[in-house]
Design a protein around this ligand. Structure first.
Ligand code: ATP
Ligand code: MG
Length: 565
């Protein structure tokens, strides 16, 4: 147990599940704590899964126990190797390791089959010949009890014979199922003789053609926990109603260890969807550019976008582990990302929408080497040299021919500071035939080198810039929320809530030369713009950058609004 007076001990995390575990340990009901993360390999992990990963692996670590990685691979029709590999890679990227404890429900298929025979032999399961539709009709509704199947009282020998012939492949898909004999009148629909085995002539990613009958998730899940010695089986709330069934199965099977199930609420996030079905649809219908599209809440998408695993862990650690459903502001995640990157990211200058500036009084052919700070929050990051000469680019939005009130940047006749360089004053505005501003003629003050005021005179604006001679052309991708609605799909088809401006591609950006050789994923702050990272689509000729997140933090504002209402 953590001693709070010991400064070296990590702060004790409190939630209802950890409290139960502490009690179980203190009372001697358990000596080792074993949890598991149980994905079904039918899609990529998303940030909702990260909540479960951090909870399960976190508990394993905090209590000196362990967390298993277990694939619930009971549905060969939807499951693929690609997902099995990707899920492992993503959990490792998040920062967790299961050591040798990698399991698959399919590892237990033979044992599960034997346990199904055990239930048949005890009169607790029967083969039903009703069609899937008939089974549904017999099941009843929430207000009406179900009806017993005419096959419910089949003799044990006949059930056993049929079950073995199901395994032997004598029957087509859907011809028969094995059902647990629980209670067709139960108020809990899950207890109305649930199907525990079905016929599926399908190739399984791991067992190939060895089986043509497969256990249902409900039959495999709790039993896998028992086989693997999972002490605390933690899952999301939708399984609360399945718990009585899991308890019933465990009570009717010869297991040594009874895993205890505890539920917590799923993570829901504003402006996004966290359902595999929805995410698959977005990818398959090309609403995004793939599973790792930086607009998706998949771990691959977040990673490609430049969000560090540590920011995701920090975000998850701020979420309540409880039984009340709710939706978390995506601004909280963004806040965690900014907070981390502000400390770690080096600063560079990049001009996303360039406007040419010619310094008329710059000495012909000369280049000045200036010093720029890499990270004001981390002195050890040092400084770098950047070249300045008579032709540069500034951000188009940093100039207004007729400046609005409170616009303190460049305007005709006005003086501003170029970061790390000089004070410049705009003397002339050059336009094309269409009347668009295409160039500014400016003069600089040679006495203001390094951006220092020579005589105490003040300028209100400081602009970033790019040198015409050295800059490298780059593509920059700006991302906004994938959906316009806080709760996509709440009112209408979710696709109607897609934000048409979720991706903005800027083709002609100018970046500092050193940025072209950045490492993909490494976070960089483009001064005044946000945090960016090099994208995997980059080539040596043409770097591509993703905007991870802009600099403006909405979190404090949202909190204040909440307090008011
Ligand atoms: P679907 O959302 O399509 O129903 P799933 O996300 O539940 O599928 P699983 O592979 O079963 O897919 O999830 C693995 C684990 O992650 C489960 O224990 C599940 O409860 C948990 N999990 C899934 N989504 C969330 C979420 N949004 N928040 C917290 N935990 C989640
Ligand atoms: Mg699930």
């Amino acid at each position: 147990m953590n001693d709070k007076s010991d400064p070296a001990a990590p702060e004790e995390i409190r939630d209802y599940i950890r409290d139960i575990i502490r009690d179980d340990l203190a009372a001697g009901r358990r000596d080792v704590i074993v949890t598991r993360f149980p994905p079904e390999p039918n899609g990529y992990l998303h940030i909702g899964h990260a909540k479960s990963v951090c909870l399960n692996f976190g508990i394993g670590i905090e209590f000196g126990g362990r967390c298993h990685m277990r694939f619930d691979d009971t549905n060969p029709v939807k499951e693929e190797h690609e997902y099995i590999d990707a899920i492992q890679e993503d959990v490792r990227w998040l920062g967790f390791d299961w050591g040798e404890h990698l399991y698959f429900a399919s590892d237990h298929f033979e044992r599960l089959y034997q346990w199904a025979e055990h239930l048949i032999n005890s009169g607790d399961a029967y083969i039903d010949d009703l069609s899937p539709d008939e089974i549904r009709e017999h099941r009843g509704t929430l207000t009406e009890p179900g009806k017993n199947s005419p096959y419910r009282e089949r003799p044990i020998e006949e059930n056993l014979d049929l079950f073995r012939r199901m395994r032997a492949g004598e029957f087509p898909n859907g011809a028969r199922v094995l059902r647990a004999k629980v209670d067709m009148a139960s108020g809990n629909m899950n207890m109305r003789d649930p199907v525990i085995y079905r016929i599926l002539h399908a190739n399984h990613p791991r067992t190939g053609d060895a089986w043509c009958i497969y256990p249902t998730y409900d039959f495999a899940h709790g039993q896998s926990d028992a086989i693997e010695g999972v002490t605390h089986s933690i899952c999301t709330l939708e399984f609360e109603d399945h718990r009585p069934l899991y308890d019933w199965l465990i009570a009717h099977l010869p297991v040594d260890m009874v895993p205890l199930q505890y539920e917590f609420s799923r993570l829901n996030l504003t402006y996004t969807v966290l359902s595999k079905r929805r995410l698959i649809q977005l990818v398959q219908e090309n609403h995004v550019r793939g599973w790792d599209d930086p607009r998706l809440p998949t771990l691959r998408g977040l990673r490609r976008r430049g969000i560090p695993a540590a920011a995701i862990r920090d975000f998850v650690s701020r979420l309540a582990i409880s039984k009340s459903d709710g939706t978390v502001e995506i601004a909280l995640l963004e806040h965690c990302v900014r907070e981390l990157l502000n400390k770690t990211a080096e600063r560079r200058m990049a001009v996303l929408k360039p406007l040419k500036v010619v310094i008329e009084n710059w000495p012909e052919g000369e280049t000045d080497e200036l010093e720029a700070i890499n990270n004001p929050n981390d002195e050890s990051a040092g400084t770098r040299r950047i070249n300045f000469s008579g032709e540069i680019f500034i951000e188009r939005d940093d100039f207004m021919e007729e400046p609005a009130k409170k616009f303190f940047r460049l305007a005709p006749g006005r003086e501003v500071r170029l970061r790390y360089a000089y004070f410049i004053t705009c003397r002339e505005v050059i336009k094309n035939d269409a009347g668009e501003v295409i160039e500014l003629r400016c003069t600089y003050d040679p006495e203001s080198r390094g951006g220092q005021s020579p005589d105490g005179r003040k300028v209100k604006g400081t602009l970033h810039w790019a040198s015409a001679a050295d800059s490298v052309a780059a593509e920059v991708r700006l991302y906004n929320h994938l959906f316009n609605s806080e709760n996509p799909g709440a009112e209408d088809d979710v696709l109607n809530d897609l934000n048409p401006d979720s991706l903005q591609v800027l083709e002609n950006c100018l970046i500092e030369p050193s940025l072209a050789s950045a490492t993909p994923g490494e976070a960089i702050q483009f001064e005044r713009q946000g945090y960016f990272c090099l994208d995997a689509d980059s080539t040596p000729e043409r770097p591509v950058f993703n905007r991870t997140i802009s600099l403006r933090d909405d979190w404090a504002r949202i909190q204040k609004q909440k307090q008011k209402s």
